[in-house]
Design a protein around this ligand. Structure first.
Ligand code: NVA
Length: 373
């Protein structure tokens, strides 16, 4: 490990020194393909039938851009160095590979694209065709970090051929959105069926949550078992990857489901309980306390996520938690458990699928590699 690396982070709560806050310029509405119906809430399918492959209405993008700027300012005021990636002006161009063609998406959710483990920055291979080239937004920054000493890895990108997707995945199962409502046990992911197959490894970085030497990984619609296996083999014996399952009929990204807020303290989404007994035992034996936060209340549009973006928070350290300013029950809850909420006006970003954790990627936290279990 190079101590001089500008990239160094092992968990979600050590004191944050430098962070990337995403950039939304150029975001393009995804085309409503069969696989993207697991990602986009059914109420909005007509919007995506109309806008798919085209830029979103300007006003929505401008409001989300302001929300990201708000976040930058709040973090800078707390003493964190904030870096921003490049704007793009080509996301709506159709690109063609030997296996598919698609327009881009290019939202601001850097957390899906990049995973920092120690001094290494890993570009996720992703699995959605419209996100195939999203890493490009971050290349200027990543190359700068590389020049200054970090390790830079791009996980192998899947071909994203038709074999990577389950084209018979039932549309009625897509109606059960991320744990909302009464979910029958027969719904796909509860039975081990996902929109992605095991044809080749794929993952989004947000399906991994770092607890020092232990990293949780979720098999989701966008991350498969081969992708998790790739990560374990790549990181080697310094890290233990634990596959974890939640009662979630539409799992995509773990960071509004099981969210550490400090050493020994984790938030669990009440609508999506953890059902992996080995992982629950590990937390129990490690003496971890599990907290159940209240549901989100922000008046916002949620095209691609549940209301649980309220718990998609960013820890500045073990005391300060960055929270969306209209999430009053969550703010009260954090105060009750002894945290200091740092408020930010961010709800206009929710429409693009991401909360505060999604739209950030910690580059450097002051701390060392430790075992917490
Ligand atoms: N896909 C999850 C997590 C988003 C950060 C949700 O919609 O709640």
């Amino acid at each position: 490990m190079k101590t001089s690396s500008p990239v160094c982070s092992y968990n979600e709560w050590d004191p944050l020194e430098e962070v990337i806050v995403g950039t939304i310029d150029g975001v393009t509405a995804p085309v409503l393909t069969h696989d993207m119906k697991t990602f986009i809430r059914k109420d909005y399918w007509t919007f995506y039938q109309q806008y798919g492959g085209k830029p979103y209405p300007k006003e929505l993008v401008q409001k989300a851009a302001r929300a990201l700027d708000n976040l930058q300012k709040v973090l800078e005021d707390e003493g964190v160095v904030v870096r921003r990636p490049d704007s793009v002006d080509y996301a709506h161009h159709v690109f063609k590979t030997p296996y598919f063609e698609s327009a881009g998406f290019f939202n601001a959710d850097v957390r899906d694209v990049l995973l920092v483990v120690g001094d290494e920055i890993i570009e996720a291979p992703m699995s959605q065709r419209c996100r195939y080239f999203e890493f490009l937004r971050y290349r200027t920054l990543i190359q700068e970090y590389f020049d200054k000493g970090s390790i830079w890895t791009a996980a192998p990108k899947p071909r994203m051929a038709n074999s990577l997707y389950d084209w018979d995945y039932p549309e009625e199962d897509m109606a059960f959105f991320r744990g909302e409502g009464n979910v029958p046990d027969s719904v796909g992911p509860l039975n081990g069926r996902f929109i992605t197959t095991e044809a080749e490894p794929c993952f989004d970085a947000a399906d991994f949550t770092r607890f020092g030497r232990d990293i949780l990984a979720q098999r989701s619609h966008v991350t498969n078992d081969l992708g998790i296996k790739w990560m374990q083999r790549h990181l080697g014996s310094d890290y233990r990857i634990h596959t974890v399952k939640f009662r979630d009929p539409g799992p995509i990204h773990m960071d509004a489901t099981w969210v550490p807020i400090g050493e020994g303290r984790v938030l669990s989404c009440p609508d999506r309980p953890c059902i992996s007994s080995d992982v629950l035992d590990m937390f129990k034996q490690g003496g971890w306390e599990i907290f159940y936060p209240p549901r989100g209340v922000a008046e916002a549009e949620f095209h691609m996520s549940s209301r649980w973006l309220s718990m998609n928070i960013l820890m500045i350290d073990q005391e300060r938690v960055v929270v969306e300013k209209s999430e009053e029950p969550t703010i009260r809850f954090f105060k009750e458990i002894g945290l200091k909420p740092i408020l930010v006006d961010f709800k206009d970003h929710y429409i693009f699928g991401g909360g505060l954790h999604c739209a950030t990627c910690d580059v450097r936290r002051r701390g060392t590699l430790q075992s917490y279990f």
